[in-house]
Write a protein that binds this ligand. Structure first.
Ligand code: NCD
Length: 316
């Protein structure tokens, strides 16, 4: 079985066996990360550069840790302070970095498609750490690993994704991944936060939490992405919480053993009740963070193997 991609730009081009390949390897890294000595050498001698053009806490930290634990030389470019502020284009920045011979480039950018564009201009492997509203593949993979570990499988599950679907690259990558693995995906949110034409993705759309959450195995909440909103998408946060915020009453419609997820950062009291987020019997939010490091180790390991292989081997 081969992973036939040079980059990890999105879930869209991945085959189901490639998704499973990353998750299976990530399982091994979960064990490594839980041990006292957390070092592997899969990236020894390689240079990883993290370029975050948009704020990030957990994604950047976990890519950094993942690279260090596998022996890479890891550098964080501070994009706030870089030449971008002086008017250099994304492509010029990429070419400058490329001349320093990195092996892995981890990029987050506010514009959809910017990471794909950059990948065409450099020689190294590029990992998309979130581009605009487009994709956030490692988030969907870490969510998948969390679900698979909690539920014992990653197929024939009923998964509700709730809230600000329209602005969410997390939702988009998860819809693609869960669909490829043959799960039932239900989207719940106000019509103003539901992208046009979303039903073509083979999902069900609901505007009512009680109805949409009926008998689901997984409840995935999303952050209200206020920074991507330029108008009145919701009447007020209080009204939004009342209708779409996850509280015990709404959660009671899901299966009794349903798990609660959130990619973070959370707006407590807006999309989720704080006590549910902290309920260790229901919430797997901390586990998601843990899986994030392991999945990023696995993804970079697999891409690094392809870097070392000949082009014929990669495509075979
Ligand atoms: C998400 C993101 O940046 O897309 N967060 C994350 O990566 N953990 C979701 C969000 O910002 O709401």
């Amino acid at each position: 079985m081969r992973f036939s991609h040079k980059h990890l730009l999105g879930i869209e081009p991945l085959a189901p066996h490639e998704i499973s390949m990353i998750l299976d390897l990530a399982e091994r890294y979960v064990d490594l990360n839980r041990g006292r000595a957390k070092h592997g050498d899969a990236l020894a001698g390689l240079t990883q550069i993290n370029m975050f053009f948009e704020n990030s806490t957990r994604t950047q930290a976990s890519f950094e840790l993942a690279g260090m634990r596998l022996g890479a030389d890891v550098m964080n470019m501070s994009m706030q302070a870089s030449s971008i502020k002086k008017g250099e284009t994304l492509i010029d920045t990429a070419l400058t970095l490329n001349a320093m011979h990195p092996d892995l480039l981890v990029v987050r950018h506010p514009h959809s498609g910017a990471v794909d564009l950059l990948a065409q201009k450099v020689n190294c492997a590029v990992l998309n750490a979130g581009d605009g509203r487009h994709e956030h593949p490692t988030q969907a993979l870490l969510d998948a690993l969390t679900i698979r570990r909690a539920k014992g499988r990653l197929h024939r599950l009923s998964v509700a994704i709730c809230g600000d679907i329209a602005h969410s690259r997390v939702a988009r990558s998860n819809i693609l991944l869960l669909g490829k693995m043959e799960n039932r995906v239900k989207l719940i949110g106000p019509p103003t936060l539901m992208p046009a034409g979303i039903a073509e993705f083979g999902v069900e759309v609901y505007q009512d939490m009680a109805e949409g959450l009926q008998d689901v195995d997984v409840v995935m909440m999303l952050r209200l992405q206020k920074e991507r909103m330029d108008g009145g998408f919701i009447p007020s946060e209080r009204e939004y919480y009342h209708r779409f915020g996850l509280d015990a009453q709404k959660l009671a419609h899901a299966k009794p053993d349903a798990i609660v997820m959130h990619p973070g950062p959370m707006n407590r009291g807006v999309e989720i009740d704080g006590t549910i987020a902290d309920d260790i019997n229901r919430s797997v939010i901390q586990e998601q963070v843990e899986m994030g490091v392991a999945v990023r180790m696995a993804a970079m390991d697999i891409l690094a193997r392809n870097l070392r292989a000949t082009p014929q081997e990669v495509l075979a």
